[in-house]
Write a protein that binds this ligand. Structure first.
Ligand code: ATP
Length: 318
């Protein structure tokens, strides 16, 4: 295999650039060529390719976002679109592909593998909702970004007898909210995976207020309801002045943490080397601190579970 391509797809996440750099530099190290594909699968269909030599990936290690841009491609969901993509790759002499993205992107990667194009996935999403890896690229940065914002709110909450409801990202999975809740010492966390009793929550809030707890923090995953909806539902909180904060897209941006830079560098190098030794249809994972490969299908067929230990900690330590 002499020429390997790399693309980023789906939502961007901090650390994607470090993964791109690692794929490109591993190619150079092994005497291979690396091609960057612009705007995910859309660029694959359009043949929007750019050579990634050593210098092209210089100075991007700590930059947020992705230099290759990312997109959602409806055309790639069709057989016709995928065939065009494949012929564009063949015309450009591309013999293997690294796909950096979430479970949707891995669906696409698997279809390319089935069409005979060697493909390896790297999990890049701030949601951490991909089975087959302990962490996805961008998750640690997003947790730290959200934590910093929450800690500022905590300071003002304690000065005013306030209840803060902070809505964080997590449409279908509660990994980010749960980690933020433990790290911020939040009193409650509301995640999509667990049923929510508003009555119960109100009762606990009233008890907290009676016990003279000056502030209370609820970390809410956006997938459950909006923070404003929750505020409306929490009718009787026993005297807390409820305030709402929606962290939104700030959680996606920013420079990656050292953890994400190291994880992305390891995953990028491992993905490129795996392609070079003939592996395909697999995703890279970090399991118990070691690089692993597992079937791409795991990303969408297997549910990754929240840590019961962390859930208990929120309950125990509040
Ligand atoms: P994130 O969840 O972080 O946004 P993701 O990779 O899951 O990342 P998606 O929007 O689900 O993001 O997928 C990205 C792209 O992958 C889609 O725009 C589409 O081009 C391709 N894709 C997703 N699912 C499929 C599928 N079933 N078949 C073919 N291509 C797909």
């Amino acid at each position: 295999m002499d020429r390997i391509a790399v693309l980023t797809s789906g939502g961007d996440s901090p650390g994607m650039n470090a993964a791109i750099r690692a794929v490109a530099r591993t190619c150079v190290y092994n005497g291979k060529e690396c091609i960057g594909v612009m705007r995910g699968y859309e660029g694959l269909i359009e043949g929007d390719f750019t050579p990634l030599n050593r210098a092209a990936v210089g100075g991007i290690l700590h930059r947020g976002g992705t230099i290759l841009k990312t997109a959602r491609s409806e055309r790639f969901r069709t057989e016709e679109g995928r065939k065009i993509a494949l012929s564009k790759m063949k015309d450009a002499g591309i013999e293997g592909l690294v796909v950096i993205g979430g479970d949707g992107s891995f669906h696409g990667a698997k279809l390319l593998h089935d069409l005979g194009m060697p493909t390896i996935g790297i999990p890049g999403t701030i949601d951490n909702d991909v089975a087959g890896t302990d962490e996805t690229i961008g998750y640690d940065t997003a947790v730290n970004t959200a934590l910093e914002a929450v800690m500022r709110l905590r300071d003002t909450a304690s000065s005013h007898d306030r209840l803060f409801i902070v809505e964080v990202m997590g449409r279908n999975a509660g990994f980010l909210p749960l980690e933020v809740a433990v790290a911020a010492g939040a009193e409650y966390v509301v995640v999509p995976e667990l049923p929510l009793s508003i009555g119960n929550l109100c009762q606990k809030l009233r008890a907290s207020h009676e016990n003279k707890k000056s502030h209370t923090l609820i970390i809410l995953a956006e997938g459950v309801m909006t923070a404003n909806e929750m505020k409306d539902k929490l009718q009787d909180t026993g005297g807390y002045d409820a305030r709402v904060t929606v962290l939104g897209h700030i959680q996606r941006g920013g420079s990656p943490t050292s953890f994400d830079v190291v994880l992305a560098s390891r995953m990028g190098a491992y993905a490129a080397e795996s392609l070079m030794v003939g592996k395909s249809g697999l995703m890279v994972g970090n399991v118990n601190h070691r690089m692993t490969l597992s079937d791409l299908e795991r990303a969408w067929s297997e549910q990754k579970h929240l840590s019961p230990e962390l859930l208990n900690l929120v309950e125990k330590l509040n």
